[in-house]
Design a protein around this ligand. Structure first.
Ligand SMILES: Cc1cc2nc3c(=O)[nH]c(=O)nc-3n(C[C@H](O)[C@H](O)[C@H](O)COP(=O)(O)OP(=O)(O)OC[C@H]3O[C@@H](n4cnc5c(N)ncnc54)[C@H](O)[C@@H]3O)c2cc1C
Length: 375
């Protein structure tokens, strides 16, 4: 699929940024579970923290394909950074789509500047694939809402300065899920456990605990009861971003495997000359390109209106392809691939998350099957 000259320019800028600014510290960030704030500041300098923000608030307001390309290129170098950015963009998108003019003026220009970082708090300990089962409650009291509950797995949970929160106005009524905007420094909001994860270790994933948090009623972003519909429409774009990130990780694993297979010799020749290895690489290359094309197609369709099925197919295929490609990249590296001296072991651990967050592969298939049933 042809890119426009503007899309190519953004791709080249982000690629150069990844080459120059991300590089060598990724392993250390993974080992120490530390988010690279300097890289984040670099993204902000390029205005990438305003990717989905309208230009009138200082943002780039990029088209869906450009958004996909940025996610792919960043994930090629550092999945945790790409994830942090895509979640920040979920928050700015919610404020842009559902906020009032004063919400937009208050939050968007600052979020474009990189701080405050945004978080998106939908999941709970007992409500993941089915967020309608959430129990966090926001009860109206005069001009305020009083919020109690616990959110889990929140990306940017510790770093964030503002949280887009989903809560029910009546815990016993699944039809009352509503979206709110919560400044992180509000009384009663605490950051809980930081997850110690298999991969994506530099990304900050925490619980958020709401204990009698009081916010002004005007911090409600959607009408009472329209929170889940709002979440799902924003998550369609979010899933295309995750698919793009999966393509980026898969491409990184493929490139590493190809380089290694050309260099490593066994039985007197580079291992790429052994047909079993060459065919493995051919399968990997084909998977990566298929995943990219499906993802770009979903991005184009989302430009013309929300298309949950196209997004679900892209996320399902690209994330599973990333796991397969990273797995084979480790295999091509033999024993060395199983050590921390080579990046492929991290790609293998990182790739797995793309099949889980923003809806598991099983949930993506459920969305695809639902459309088939209604045909
Ligand atoms: C690193 C990380 C970062 C995350 N970031 C965020 C974030 O920023 N904000 C946020 O709100 N959430 C976030 N999440 C949460 C993530 O979206 C959920 O983990 C995910 O949606 C799955 O929910 P669950 O973990 O509760 O699994 P469950 O819903 O308990 O699912 C367990 C298994 O059952 C399967 N399953 C469940 N229901 C069905 C069904 N109907 N049909 C078939 N199979 C089914 C699932 O596919 C899965 O295999 C994050 C998670 C992780 C791990």
């Amino acid at each position: 699929m042809e890119l426009t000259s503007e899309q190519e320019l953004v791709r080249d800028t982000v690629r150069e940024f990844v080459e120059n600014e991300v590089g060598t510290d990724v392993r250390e960030a993974d080992e120490t579970q530390t988010f690279p704030e300097d890289v984040w500041d670099g993204l902000a300098e390029l205005d990438l923290t305003g990717l989905t923000v309208p230009e009138e608030f200082g943002g780039m307001d990029v088209d869906e394909v450009t958004y996909s390309i940025v996610n792919e290129e960043l994930a090629y170098g550092h999945l945790a950074v790409a994830t942090a950015l895509s979640v920040h963009c979920l928050a700015t998108s919610c404020i842009r789509e559902f906020g009032s003019e004063s919400h937009r003026e208050e939050w968007l220009p600052e979020m474009v500047s990189g701080r405050p970082v945004g978080a998106f708090a939908l999941s709970e300990p007992d409500a993941g694939s089915n967020p309608a089962e959430m129990t966090t409650e926001a009860v109206r009291e005069g001009d305020e809402y009083v919020i109690n509950g616990k959110k889990q797995w929140i990306t940017n949970g510790e770093r964030a300065g503002v949280v887009v929160l989903f809560a029910k106005t009546d815990r016993d009524d699944p039809e009352t899920v509503t979206q709110f905007l919560i400044p992180k420094d509000v009384d009663g909001l605490e950051v809980g456990k930081k997850e110690d994860k298999l991969g994506l270790r530099a990304s900050d994933t925490t619980t958020l605990i709401f204990d009698d948090v009081r916010i002004p009623a005007e911090n409600r972003l959607t009408e009472v009861g329209s929170g889940l519909k709002a979440a799902f429409s924003i998550l369609t774009g979010g899933r295309i971003a995750i698919a793009s990130q999966a393509v980026g990780v898969a491409q990184a694993a493929l490139d590493a495997a190809v380089a290694y297979a050309n260099e490593r010799e066994q039985f007197g020749q580079p291992i790429i000359e052994h047909q079993a290895v060459g065919h493995k690489l051919a399968d990997m290359q084909t998977d990566v390109q298929a995943a990219r094309l499906l993802t770009r197609d979903a991005a184009r369709k989302n430009e013309d209106g929300v298309d949950p099925t196209a997004a679900a197919m892209a996320k399902y295929f690209a994330s599973e392809a990333a796991v397969d490609v990273a797995n084979e990249a480790v295999q091509v590296h033999g024993g060395y691939g199983y050590t921390k001296d080579f990046d492929v072991e991290r790609y293998y651990r990182d790739a797995k998350i793309t099949t889980i967050y923003e809806g598991t592969s099983e949930i993506q298939k459920k969305i695809i099957a639902r459309e088939l049933k209604s045909r």
